[in-house]
Design a protein around this ligand. Sequence first.
Ligand code: 5AD
Ligand code: SF4
Length: 472
Amino acid sequence: MRNETNINELEAQRQREIMNRLKVRFTQKSRELGRPLTYCSICFGCQMNAKDSEKLEGILETIGYVKTDSEDADFIIMNTCTVRENANLRVYGRLGQLKKYKKKNPDMLIALCGCMMQESLVVEKIKQSYRHVDIIFGTHNVFKLAELIENKLNTKGMVIDIWEGTSEIVEDLPSDRKYDFKCGVNIMFGCNNFCSYCIVPYVRGRERSRKPEDIIKEIEALVKDGVAEVMLLGQNVNSYGKNLEHPITFSQLLERIEQIEGLKRIRFMTSHPKDLSDELIAVMAKSKKICKHLHLPMQSGSTKVLSDMNRRYTKEDYLALVDKIKTAIPDISLTTDIIVGFPTETEEDFKDTLDVVRKVRFDSAFTFIYSKRTGTPAADMEFQATEEEIKDRFDCLLKEVQEIAKETCGRDQGKIMEVLVEGLDEQDENLLTGRLSNNLLVHFPGDPSLIGTFQNVKLTEAKGFYYIGTLM
Ligand code: 5AD
Ligand code: SF4
């Protein structure tokens, strides 16, 4: 029998050896140049991509590159997203700009990876029109970056390595964490849901869960290293563990993670409403560590559109689920994703979406105009509304969502609550920014030495989507 653990350990070992070789090579090059070699990491898209970028940055730092925000760097890595068309357009725009830097520094290497690269038409376009790109790889072989760089240094021309899919999960490679005190942790990869508008299952492949032991081991090590909050990441965390050799539910995984001493907060995303179990609600309700926040994408409020979207729940199912959650966890904050202008959406269907928004009263909602993705079933559906009608619906929804969010988010004004202090306020450096369990931010005066600690803060003023507070 194929022993996957051994194969993956050998692969990790092989990659570490390549990293060692490159480190020697780049140290020498840096000495010749009399300056450090720099890299610039650009990341589009979701938290999965952000996590992949941390891994890519970990590899680049290990082989001797130093991070810079400037695109005038020796190595550019662009991690792409393709969930909506405008994400693709931004990548082409950035690639055009990079050309002038490469002219100035011909040794500069440009690498592209992520979801967009899993689409063959995109790779063809880059091969033809963006010849200054050096390395292209996809979502399944992020762990191979060092090997691809070595290949590039040893050959002429573009290095392209796109995998159709994978069962491999290579563990124990470096990762450069953005924060010392909080960290994303992959628990599963891919998606099996095939919502009819969504390209993710095609570019991120079938669902694969990491073994609970590997996840626990990683979190224990993070906690030892000072991490107090983890965000468990997966496209559909509620179906975690189903295909493991020894199946385990997401709730059981959460209960095991809860036992980790020193870990203070657990977050997770994303939950698919169709798979959210009573067991999970019960575990969340009694947990001391799981944060009071649930991101529960509704996508549409119309049962007909939900069916066309292949979401496998109705408007009534969604509302009943929300009721059940709010009853069990009254202080929960609910957030969501909504798509406006799905091809079969009529004005009546849109009214159903507004109706659900008014009934649930989300803390916040990410609203998107439907974007046609070639290759998905919805791409062949006929539109029931004009572009203008869809734009009007979008504006109307946004207004509604914002008005409700302003009221909902202010419900804790006057209370004293605990925040994890995350950093300086981006607008005002005299203030600190902390995050409540329910994911809202609080800005308050305080000493930067508090960053990374938990503090009690009085929520003195609700500002709509955040609070102004005072340290207790
Ligand atoms: N068009 C618009 N929005 C989309 N999303 C996914 N695919 C599309 C698309 N083709 C949205 C969904 C999902 C979020 C991550 O992106 O709302 O929950
Ligand atoms: Fe896309 Fe649906 Fe999978 Fe989410 S659950 S990634 S929307 S296919």
